[in-house]
Write a protein that binds this ligand. Structure first.
Ligand code: SIN
Length: 306
């Protein structure tokens, strides 16, 4: 019998409110992952095992929880009788955790993140269906890599982003499109599963307190260099700039970033546009990265750990 590990980290899926009609005034991360599983029908021929790795609102996600989660995933993925992992997670930073885990695990088994937009006490919670769909993906033959399953859609770790603060179908894969849909527990696959090499191994991750600090700065009308200078004075090792359009920068911000780069700070250029990625040009003075700003930051942190 194959096993699916369900790792709990908190979020709205584990949230509670005082009233069943309240879908926004709730406390996230209150209900244990074992309890969440009680609302989901068991999969025929699969055994579920739950483990609480953290119990947080994902706005508070930090490097220590990421390291613990990556270590637990690596541990369970190495067990032959484990077919896949489901992670219950807050929606606010789910795309970052998905990208981080793919970057350090690149697993040949499925690691599926899911959550909810409504708390567990809601009159019509979305968590149980999302969890059931996530389990179906974790048990699906051929599934591999880290993905996010939400509102019946399977998103890859590179493209997934939270695009709405309230709707139940809160995630998008942008113009890349989703990997698959889950319909009545069955997968309708549209694209290949995420594959490729890990950027780093879990064992090579430094202790959370030693992770290089990388900040994100934003281009906008009237942007200047003060945030960059403050970050450099504060000892950052890297800066990711979310530029306008194709990663364009106000000249004052660009000047400050070039000075930071000369001083040894690693600088990466992305776009603040919700869709598309920066396209490099021959005139680039700052390296462009074809990732969203938050994911470019994770890639740079992992690169700077060397
Ligand atoms: C969180 O990200 O932990 C709270 C919000 C959510 O899960 O939707």
């Amino acid at each position: 019998m194959r096993k699916i590990l369900v790792l709990g980290t908190g979020g709205t899926i584990a949230g509670t409110a005082a009233s069943a009609s309240d879908n926004v005034g709730y406390q996230a991360a209150q209900v244990g992952v074992q309890h969440l599983l009680q609302g989901v029908p068991a999969l025929a021929g699969w055994q579920l095992q739950a483990e609480q790795v953290a119990q947080i609102d994902s706005k508070d996600m930090d490097f220590a929880v990421w390291v613990a989660l990556a270590q637990r995933c690596a541990h369970w993925l190495a067990q032959e009788d484990v077919g896949g992992i489901v992670i219950t997670h807050g929606t606010d930073t789910m795309e970052e955790t998905a990208f981080f885990l793919q970057s350090v695990l690149a697993p040949s088994k499925p690691v599926v993140l899911t959550g909810a937009m409504r708390p567990s006490t809601s009159a019509a919670p979305d968590g149980p269906q999302n969890l059931a769909d996530a389990l179906a993906v974790a048990a699906a033959p051929g599934a591999r890599g880290v993905c996010v399953v939400f509102a019946g859609t399977v998103h890859g770790p590179r493209d997934v982003a939270k695009a709405h603060n309230y709707r139940l179908d809160a995630f998008t894969s942008g113009d890349a499109g989703p990997l698959a849909h889950v319909e009545e527990g069955r997968l309708r696959q549209l694209r290949e599963w995420s594959a490729g090499e890990a950027l780093r191994t879990v064992d090579s991750l430094r202790p959370p307190a030693d992770w290089p600090r990388v900040e994100i700065v934003l281009n906008h009308a009237g942007a200047g260099g003060s945030m960059v200078r403050a970050s450099v004075a504060d000892g950052v090792r890297g800066l990711v700039v979310a530029g306008t359009g194709n990663g364009t920068l106000h000249h004052a911000l660009e000047d400050a970033l070039l000075r930071a780069q000369e001083a040894g700070v690693a600088v990466r250029r992305t776009t603040r546009c919700a869709q598309g990625v920066v396209i490099e040009t021959a005139q680039d003075k700052l390296q462009a990265v074809p990732l969203s700003p938050v994911k470019a930051r994770i890639a740079l942190i992992l690169a700077l750990m060397h």
